[in-house]
Design a protein around this ligand. Sequence first.
Ligand SMILES: NC(=O)C1=CN([C@@H]2O[C@H](COP(=O)(O)OP(=O)(O)OC[C@H]3O[C@@H](n4cnc5c(N)ncnc54)[C@H](O)[C@@H]3O)[C@@H](O)[C@H]2O)C=CC1
Ligand SMILES: O=C(O)C(=O)COP(=O)(O)O
Length: 642
Amino acid sequence: MHMAPASVNLATLVLDFDSTFTKVEALDVLAEQLFSSDPARLTDLKSIKELTDLAMSGEIGFGEALQRRISILKPSRADIEALAEALKAQVSASIARNRKVFEENPGKIRIISGGFHEFIDPVVAEFGIKPEHVLANRLIFDEAGVATGVDQDNPLSKDGGKIVALRSWADLTGAIVMVGDGWTDYEVFQGGAADRFYAFTENVSREKVVAATTASEATQVVASFDEVLHNEGYEGRYSFPRSRMKMLLLENVHPVAIQHFRDEGYDVSTLKGALDEEALIEAIQGVHVLGIRSKTNVTRKVLDAADKLMAIGAFCIGTNQIDLKAASEKGVAVFNAPYSNTRSVVEMVMGLTVILTRNIYDKSIQMHTGKWDKSATGAHEVRNKTLGIIGYGAIGSQLSVLAEAFGMRVIYYDVAEKLTLGNARRYRTMDAVLAEADVLSLHVDGRAENKNIFGKAQFAKMKDGALFINLSRGHIVDIEALAEAVRTKKIYGAAVDVFPEEPRTNDDPFESALMGLPNVILTPHIGGSTEEAQEAIGEFASERLLNFISRGDTTFSVNMPNVQLSEVEGRHRFLHIHQNVPGVMAAINNVIAKYNLNILAQHLKTNEQLGYVIVDVDRGYSREALDELKAVTGTLKFRSLV
Ligand SMILES: NC(=O)C1=CN([C@@H]2O[C@H](COP(=O)(O)OP(=O)(O)OC[C@H]3O[C@@H](n4cnc5c(N)ncnc54)[C@H](O)[C@@H]3O)[C@@H](O)[C@H]2O)C=CC1
Ligand SMILES: O=C(O)C(=O)COP(=O)(O)O
């Protein structure tokens, strides 16, 4: 069963040009082009901008503002050509990413503008919009090719011109929808020439227009063209308007990630610190994507309360702060950045190893109080000392390489089978490592079973005077036992970066039994906090999340079956996340057969908890098919991408 060709019943979308089709006001750009390098004309530049603003907010007549601006600007034909070229690079983001919709619906998306054909036509032609589907003014040029005025016969050169001009399109069928940022655009609706109006605020939000817009049911404020397409039933590249997808980023996620999300049109809000359970339950309402770091606990209760959540991005390595089982039960995909701060942690461990071995930290504190204590007693080289690594994953194994380069002997213990690098030696038990290590560094992950795996008994098994380093997770180590081991000199020094209880923000206090102990370096969970690492994490994690949302790609997800997917081009894609129970695939295929969907590609991948089905189909299909796919027993999440 195929649907009728989409465009038959669709409304004609009439778009304003300045600050709607493009991000900018063309005449302002022209003024910049002509005057910005000429100090003598800076006042003219200012006047142009003031006139534009006054006209756009409806404070002076449009016709008057237009004529006055042209008589100041006096552009040549070459200036206008250069302007058109500049404007091509300034098309609004949500217009640019929906180029296909323009191509697939010729004649259905048109332009009306108080600007000029001379620069509008070449810009919109790149989207397949023909000059006859552009209503705009025309410039009058003198013999030298300099524009001196505006064609006064054109209704658009006058106040209220858009309403009159619109009526000149005799071929319009169905509803007319006006989309624009300015007062003259609203007037089109107000004057009865359009059935609906969208106040377009992606580039600029004009108070008077927005206020008028919220007053009527046939009008709506939209932050992107995606929203217009979605509301009007056009098939945009994205099935759900991005500007209505909320991303909440906590804990100071790097600005590069925020920028990537904003560039793609998502509604992003940020908070510097972590939130406690109660505050997070409130904040997560309506949120589609949550971004956190190591300090936000995403508990089952939080996940139960999340009404829209599709994905969580841990902008760090560890994911122990997220209830992964609960996330899977809800079909929420979790991502992290497993390698982006690895090197930062390893470099810090190497530095700490040298500092502890030479007692540099305490000597520095003494110097700050005016005490000069030059002595070699108790200071050593790290060369030929034994480094014991517990947890030989990405960080542990990278540390092994750097430590060997420093001349250390490396031994390690890991619960899993690992590739041993360089001359390191794997030991079968943690105790065997403890017995030989001069420096012991913990790099296990934060799984719940690892709570307090390091306590009194483990310190007792270490060599007398050994050094202890923990940059993994706070709950791995019994802090009281470590403090006692330092006090009794069993442990000669320690560096601790992570704590069972950590402050949520920089404004909250810190307390620990380790405070004030000799040769003990305490750091505020900064193992991965370098600018390089944070930027790399921002890039990596945002890309994973964007690929998941826009195409269903689950590469590197920590709880979903990993499926690498291409962009959705010229087809529709169904994404079906379900409980891994018998019969779901058969039920999905029954629906596909019943509605005779033409499958272009299909993937199924499962893990213990989840099944993930991706079906690419031809575009003609019935909406009921979607409803039935959603209703298949065991479905956790279903969405379609177009
Ligand atoms: N201080 C900081 O700022 C940072 C801390 N981290 C922490 O470091 C941890 C390790 O990171 P990666 O090496 O990238 O993780 P990974 O997952 O690659 O390595 C962890 C290794 O520990 C092993 N392991 C787990 N439990 C064990 C146990 N009880 N005994 C022995 N081996 C055990 C695992 O088999 C795995 O090989 C992260 O999970 C995170 O919690 C990571 C980055 C920055
Ligand atoms: O990457 C990790 O797991 C870390 O522990 C770093 O955490 P952070 O992003 O600094 O809160």
